[in-house]
Design a protein around this ligand. Structure first.
Ligand SMILES: NC(=O)c1ccc[n+]([C@@H]2O[C@H](COP(=O)([O-])OP(=O)(O)OC[C@H]3O[C@@H](n4cnc5c(N)ncnc54)[C@H](O)[C@@H]3O)[C@@H](O)[C@H]2O)c1
Length: 425
C-alpha cells in the first residue's frame, strides 16, 4: 500500500521505516527542512537502536518531504505522528494535529487518516466533525495508537504485544489492520474512543506500577528491607508479573509525564477527580528529589560540592532528554550551589543543561567529584572501572538511582554506596 506519515520524530520515523520494511511505499513528511534534508542524505536525526539499518535497508520504498501534496499523492492511509505536548494547564496541545487535519488536501478517492499521536479520548470524534465540515466525507478516520518504547521501538513495532485499531467505519479499520500484514500479533478492533483510551490507560497502568514500587522502596528504606529482593519475589507472582517493578528515581520521558497529565485533565474536564493518578504523579515528582536528601545526608550542605550525574537520557537506549529526571536533579543541585558535571553516551547534555559541565567520558565527569549519582542505567556504567573512578574522585559517595550496581562490590572498593530502597550501611 501507499502510506504517508506526518511527523518524522521518534514515532513517525519508526512507523515509516517499519511500514516500508513490511513492503509498503512510504512518504514521511515533516515541517523541519533540516530534518528532511538530513534524512534524504541518510543521516538519522535521533538515536534509536536499529533505526539506521531499517531506514537504509528500505531506502527504495521510503521518501522524505516537506511537501504535503507530495506526501498525500496516491496515499491510501495518512498517518498523523506529530507531537502532542502538554499545554500550561496539562491538557494535550493538539495544535500540530489540527494543522495536519486542516492542511490535508482534497482527494477524489477514499483515504484513511490514522492517528498515531497520543490524543485525549474524543479527539477522533472532533477530527471527524472537522473533516465533515471541510466536506471531506471521503476521508475515513482510525485511531491506531502507538505503544513502542524508545530504545526498543523498532523491535516493539515489529513484534508488538497487540495492535489496536478503532475506526468509525469497518472498511477503514480493515485497511489499517491490513497494513500490518506480516506482523504476528493480535489485532484488537474497538470503537475510536476506546482505542484512544487503551493508550492512555496502558501508560497510566505502567506509571502506577513505577510509583507503586518506588513507594515500596521508600518504605523498605525506612524499615531495613531490600526492594530489589522484594520486587523480584513479588514479580514472580503470576497475577502480578515482573515488568515495571524496578525501583529508582522515577519515570521521565516524552510520554509518561505528559500523558498522565493529559489523562488527569481529561478526567477532570469530564467532572471526575482521578485520585490514584494524582498520587502516581506526585510520588514520581517527590522520588526524583529524594536523591538530593541522600546526597545531603552524606555530604552535608551541597554548596561548593562537586556532583557528577552519570546518564542524562530519560532511560538507556535513547538520546531523548524530554522530562528526564536528570533535568530536575541538575536544576536542584545547581540551586543548592553545587558544581555539577555530567556525562551521557548519546544524549546531548549541552543542548539541555545550562551551568553543567558536560564531560566526554564517565571517568572525566567523576574527576574531583565529592559524590556521584547514577541517573540512567546505561550498561556502560555497570562495566565502568569503578576502582579507577574512585581514584579520580575527591570523595567516595555514590547514589545509585537505578539500583544498577552491586552494593557489596562498590562498598568493598571503598565507596559509600546508597541505592533506592536498599539497606543502608
Ligand atoms: N516517543 C515515543 O516513544 C512515543 C511512543 C508512543 C506514542 N508517542 C506519541 O506520538 C506522538 C509523536 O511523538 P514523538 O516522540 O515522535 O514526537 P517528536 O517531537 O519526536 O516528533 C514530532 C514531529 O512532528 C513534526 N511536525 C510538527 N508539525 C508537523 C506537520 N504539520 N506536518 C508534519 N510534521 C510535523 C515535528 O517537526 C517533529 O519532527 C506524540 O503524540 C507522542 O505522545 C510517542
Amino acid at each position: 500500500m501507499k502510506v504517508a506519515v506526518f511527523g518524522a520524530g521518534y514515532v513517525g520515523l519508526v512507523t515509516g521505516a517499519c511500514f516500508a520494511d513490511l513492503g509498503h511505499d512510504v512518504v514521511v513528511r515533516d515541517i523541519v527542512e533540516a530534518k528532511v534534508d538530513a534524512l534524504r542524505a541518510g543521516v538519522v536525526p535521533i538515536h534509536e537502536p536499529g533505526l539506521d539499518e531499517i531506514l537504509a535497508r528500505n531506502s527504495e520504498r521510503l521518501r522524505f518531504t516537506t511537501d504535503v501534496a507530495e506526501a498525500v499523492d496516491g496515499a491510501e492511509v495518512v498517518y498523523i505522528a506529530v507531537g502532542t505536548p502538554p499545554t500550561y494547564s496539562g491538557d494535550a496541545d493538539l495544535s500540530d494535529v489540527w494543522t495536519v487535519v486542516d492542511e490535508l488536501p482534497r482527494v477524489d478517492r477514499r483515504i484513511v487518516l490514522a492517528m498515531k499521536s497520543t490524543v485525549p479520548v474524543g479527539t477522533g470524534r472532533a477530527v471527524r466533525h472537522r473533516l465533515d465540515d471541510r466536506g471531506l466525507g471521503n476521508v475515513g478516520y482510525a485511531s491506531n495508537p502507538e505503544f513502542t518504547a524508545e530504545g526498543t521501538a523498532v523491535r516493539d513495532f515489529m513484534q508488538p504485544d497487540r495492535i489496536v485499531v478503532g475506526a468509525f467505519a469497518d472498511e477503514d479499520g480493515d485497511l489499517v489492520a491490513a497494513l500490518h500484514d506480516g506482523i504476528d500479533a493480535r489485532i484488537v478492533r474497538t470503537d475510536v474512543a476506546s482505542a484512544e483510551m487503551v493508550k492512555l490507560a496502558s501508560n497510566a497502568a505502567l506509571m502506577t506500577r513505577v510509583s507503586f514500587i518506588n513507594e515500596i522502596a521508600n518504605v523498605c528504606e525506612a524499615t531495613g528491607a531490600d526492594v530489589v529482593a522484594v520486587a523480584e519475589a513479588v514479580g514472580l507472582d503470576r497475577r502480578i508479573g515482573p515488568s515495571f517493578l524496578r525501583a529508582g528515581i522515577g519515570y521521565g520521558g516524552s510520554c509518561f509525564p505528559k500523558d498522565s497529565l493529559a489523562l488527569k485533565q481529561l478526567a477532570a474536564n469530564s467532572g471526575y477527580n482521578f485520585q490514584l493518578l494524582n498520587a502516581v504523579i506526585e510520588v514520581n515528582e517527590l522520588q526524583k528529589r529524594r536523591v538530593i536528601g541522600k546526597l545531603e545526608r552524606r555530604l552535608g550542605p551541597l554548596r561548593g560540592k562537586r556532583v557528577a550525574l552519570l546518564g542524562l537520557a530519560f532511560k538507556p537506549g535513547t538520546d531523548d532528554m524530554r522530562e528526564a529526571p536528570s533535568l530536575v536533579l541538575a536544576g536542584r543541585l545547581l540551586s543548592e550551589g553545587a558544581e555539577v558535571t555530567a556525562w551521557d553516551p548519546v544524549a546531548d547534555g549541552r543542548a539541555h543543561l545550562h551551568g553543567v559541565v558536560i564531560a566526554e567520558t564517565a571517568l572525566d565527569a567523576l574527576d574531583d567529584a565529592d559524590g556521584a549519582v547514577l541517573v540512567t542505567e546505561w550498561p556502560e556504567l555497570r562495566e565502568l572501572d569503578w576502582a579507577t573512578a574512585l581514584e579520580r574522585m575527591r570523595g567516595n559517595v555514590i547514589v545509585d538511582g537505578r539500583n544498577l550496581l552491586d552494593p557489596a562490590e562498590l562498598r568493598a572498593l571503598g565507596f559509600v554506596y546508597e541505592g533506592i530502597g536498599r539497606p543502608v550501611v
